[in-house]
Design a protein around this ligand. Sequence first.
Ligand code: GLV
Ligand code: MN
Ligand code: MN
Length: 408
Amino acid sequence: MDDVLSRAQALARHSDSSRHYTRTWLTPAHQAAARQLAEWMRAAGMAVRVDAMGSVIGRYEGPAGAKTLLMGSHFDSVRDGGKYDGVLGILLPIAAVAEMHRQGERPPVAIEIAAFSDEEGARFQTSFLASRAMLHGADSVRPLLERRDADGVTFADAMRAAGLDPARADEARIDPKRLCAYLELHIEQGPVLLGRGAPLGVVTSIAGGSRHLVTVRGEAGHAGTVPMPMRHDAMAAAAEMVLAVEECAARANLVGTVGIVTVKNGTGNVIAGEVEFTVDLRAPDDARRNALESEVLARFDAIASRRGVKVEASKRHEVRAAPCAPWLQEQVAAAIASVGAQPLRLPSGAGHDAMILAEVVDVGMMFVRCGAGGVSHNPAETVSPEDAGLAARALLHFLRNFRAAGAS
Ligand code: GLV
Ligand code: MN
Ligand code: MN
């Protein structure tokens, strides 16, 4: 079996920054990582194509006429992220296919591995860009074309610079009817498996989420001269809104996060005139998330009117909660049991490309235990070689014994 963890470490050297691991959509480092993944897929006996959004897709044939089991995950990262988030779900399937190829085995169905080019969306504040484009083509890409990254480069120009054609985004679409299932392996990104002493887990469902970009407009002014009662400080208002997100989410027993706050033309001796921040809300069921969202937005309005500032929230992203198909959960559980581990069942609080694929096909997920206290989206994220080895063996069992729903 190929050494999945050393490959993850080697891939992390393709980073936008020399100081930390950050790989964002279509940068030179991202393109180099795509070439490396394509090479590993080819070496595993797969036919490889790159789609219109820069995703790398390898195919390993099954019996003639058989449907395709799609596996995969993403190879972009958050800023200063962990080396295994996403990448593990590409490298483990490549290693499993490589092993079958070495043994001259054909799987019971055709296998495709999608290395999705953008899931985190750190460069253009997108999310699930590549898997959405695989299902919705140009419709999902068109509204983004004029969006700019932190350096002012438009989304469309970033595509052109990487040799992709924004006018051909529709070609990323696949025909979902040829799929029988989607399976994603992923580091858990939390402490549950670690706490329970279980190396692998069966995911039962994936929490839904929404993201807003909020703009607060107050009045810029001199930090030394404007008396406190006369201020319309956009930053102070935003700070109160951030705390409202925390309070509402905690009260609802859900999660809410403000990950970016930007003061427009921020200066140490100027009262902030305009502040932008992001809000990420997640819940295992969509009704509870919608209720939280309404409450948070109402709180923003109340804070803004009390402080005499304006607030505007625009929804940038929404994804529904996605259950994992019971029949795939059973086969993932059997695969985990086959390597002598207990198939612990748990939901996913993090988002995954599987949520998008769930719109058109049954999805399943296997989690691999996350070390270092379960921390992820953090450079300390880690997986042990033993757990990666168990995951690789469990995946091989899954593939060798895979039966599509309804197949006898
Ligand atoms: C993806 O990592 C997400 O859950 O935000
Ligand atoms: Mn992530
Ligand atoms: Mn991920």
